[in-house]
Design a protein around this ligand. Structure first.
Ligand code: AMP
Length: 444
C-alpha cells in the first residue's frame, strides 16, 4: 500500500524514495536514489515486514541530493525505534543544529529534517507524544510530518498549514498522504484534511486528535494549486482541477487577445489552458507534446549534437502551428528560460504570432516553505517588468493572472500563503541566509 501510495505521489519528488515498515517486533527500511518504480523491486518490498508503514518521495529544498538524505529517516533512541518523513522546509534548522552539535549531537545527514529527531531524543518529556510536541515547538517553518513507531503512527501539520496532508480510510484502517490521488490508487476514501497545527495519533485503539501548538493564521501554499499538486487531487479542500480551470477562465478575461489556437505547455499548463480556451472561444490544440521518459539517467550527448534546447522534453506539432496566431498557456515563469525556448521553437515552425499567458502572477520571491525555487536574483520577475520579460522570451504579448484573480480562483478567504507572488512572508526569513539549501554540505 505504501509503495502504491508513493507511486501516486511521484510527481512531488523524483530524487529518492523510501519506505519504513513496522510491527511490534521491529522496523525495516528500504530507500534509494531514483524513482519509486525502479527502487522497489519485489525483493525489496518483500523485505519490508510490518503491519504499518510510512514512505517518502524526495525533492530537496535543504540538504543535497544523496542517499544519506533519502527519507524516511530511521533512528534508535532511548524511546525506541522511530522513523520520520517530512514534507516542508524548516527555517531555524541551521541554528538548532549548531546548538545541538555544541551539546554533543552527532548528525548523520545534511537534511534540515534530522534536527527534529535529535530534539525528540533529547526531550525530557515523559511520553513520546510529549517529546514530539516538545521538539516541534522549537522548530519554525513548514512541516507536514509522519512518524512511525512500532505500535503507532503520528501525523502532524504545522500551525500555518503550509503543506497539505490528508486523512483517508481503508477497510477500517487510517491512511495519511500529501495528496488524495494516493488514496484513489489504493482504494481508500478521503475523510478530511489534517488541520493546521493538528497532532494525530493513530494506534490499535483508533484515532486521537490534539491541537498542542498555539494557533497561527492559516497559510496554505497557493503554489500547490498553481503547479505542484496533481489535478486529480483535492488539496486544502479544493479540487486542483477546478481551481486551475478557474485560473484559466480568469486569465482569458484579464488578458484577451485575438488568436487562432490555444496551446498548453504540458503538463503544467494543461488545465488552465482548457479554461482559457473555453472562456475565449478560441480552439484548444495539443500543439506541444511532452516526452515523459526523460529520466535522471539520461545520457547527455556530446557537445556537437547537443543543440536540441528544450526539445528533449517538449516538441511542437508543426502541422498545427504553421501560419497560426498561437496563445501558449503555462502555469509560471521562473527563470524565463523555458518560455524563451518554447516561444522560439513555435516561431521557428512558422507561427504568425506567439502570445504567452501565465496562470499565476509574476514569481518575484523565493519560497522558504518547501517549494524549490532559485534565489531571488535568478527569478526573472524579481528585477524585470512584464514588458522586459516579454522581450526576453520573445513573445508578441505576455499576460500574467493577477494576484486578485488567483486568490479568487482558489477561493482564498485569507487562508493562503502567496509569498512567492506578493513578498508577504508569514514567517520572517533571514533572506540573506536564504533557504539554507545545502548549508550542512559546506565544510565548516
Ligand atoms: P523557467 O524556465 O525557469 O522559467 O521554468 C518555468 C517552468 O518551470 C514552468 O513550465 C513551470 O511549470 C515550471 N516550474 C515552476 N516552478 C517549479 C518548481 N518549483 N520546480 C520545477 N519546475 C517548476
Amino acid at each position: 500500500m505504501a509503495y502504491l501510495g508513493l507511486h501516486a505521489l511521484q510527481h512531488r519528488g523524483q530524487e529518492s524514495a523510501g519506505i519504513v515498515a513496522a510491527n511490534t517486533r521491529g522496523m525495516t527500511q528500504e530507500r534509494d536514489m531514483g524513482l519509486v518504480a525502479d527502487i522497489f523491486t519485489e525483493d525489496r518490498l518483500a523485505r519490508l515486514k510490518g503491519r504499518h508503514a510510512i514512505g517518502h518521495t524526495r525533492y530537496s529544498t535543504a540538504g543535497s541530493s544523496q542517499l544519506i538524505n533519502a527519507q524516511p529517516f530511521l533512528i534508535d533512541c532511548h524511546r525506541g525505534k522511530m522513523a520520520v518523513a517530512h514534507n516542508g522546509n524548516l527555517l531555524n534548522a541551521a541554528a538548532l543544529r549548531l546548538e545541538l552539535e555544541r551539546q554533543g549531537s552527532i548528525f548523520s545527514t545534511s537534511s534540515d529534517s534530522e534536527v527534529i529527531l535529535h530534539l525528540v531524543a533529547r526531550s525530557s518529556a515523559r511520553t513520546l507524544e510529549g517529546a514530539l510536541v516538545d521538539a516541534l515547538s522549537r522548530v519554525e517553518g513548514a512541516y507536514s510530518l509522519v512518524f512511525l513507531m512500532r505500535d503507532r503512527l503520528i501525523a502532524v501539520r504545522d500551525p500555518h498549514g503550509f503543506r497539505p496532508l490528508s486523512l483517508g480510510k481503508l477497510d477500517g484502517a487510517m491512511v495519511v498522504a500529501s495528496e488524495t490521488c494516493a488514496f484513489d490508487l489504493i482504494g481508500a476514501r478521503f475523510v478530511r484534511d489534517v488541520a493546521p497545527g493538528e497532532f494525530l495519533i493513530i494506534d490499535s485503539s483508533g484515532l486521537r486528535s490534539e491541537q498542542p501548538f498555539p494557533p497561527q493564521p492559516t497559510r496554505q501554499c497557493i503554489f500547490e494549486h498553481v503547479y505542484f499538486s496533481r489535478p486529480d487531487s483535492m488539496v486544502f479542500g479544493r479540487s486542483v482541477n477546478q481551481v486551475r480551470r478557474k485560473m484559466g477562465v480568469a486569465l482569458a478575461r484579464e488578458h484577451p487577445v485575438p488568436a487562432d489556437i490555444v496551446v498548453p505547455v504540458p503538463d503544467s499548463g494543461l488545465v488552465a489552458a482548457l479554461g482559457f480556451a473555453g472562456e475565449s472561444g478560441i480552439p484548444f490544440e495539443f500543439g506541444l507534446v511532452r516526452n515523459h521518459y526523460v529520466g535522471r539517467t539520461f545520457i547527455e550527448p556530446k557537445q556537437e549534437i547537443r543543440h536540441f534546447g528544450v526539445k528533449l522534453k517538449l516538441n511542437a506539432v508543426a502541422a498545427l502551428i504553421k501560419g497560426k496566431r498561437v496563445i501558449l498557456v503555462d502555469d509560471s515563469i521562473v527563470r524565463g528560460t523555458t518560455s524563451r525556448k518554447i516561444v522560439t521553437m513555435v516561431r521557428d515552425l512558422g507561427a504568425r504570432e506567439v502570445h504567452m499567458r501565465i496562470s499565476s502572477p509574476p514569481t518575484t520571491g523565493p519560497c522558504y516553505y518547501g517549494v524549490d525555487t532559485p534565489r531571488r536574483d535568478d527569478l526573472i520577475a524579481s528585477a524585470h517588468s512584464v514588458e522586459e520579460i516579454r522581450a526576453f522570451i520573445r513573445a508578441d504579448s505576455l499576460g500574467y493572472l493577477s494576484l486578485e484573480g488567483l486568490r479568487k480562483a482558489v477561493d482564498d478567504g485569507d487562508t493562503f500563503c502567496a509569498a512567492c507572488f506578493d513578498d508577504n512572508y508569514p514567517i520572517a526569513v533571514n533572506q540573506r541566509a536564504g533557504t539554507q539549501a545545502n548549508l550542512f554540505d559546506i565544510p565548516r
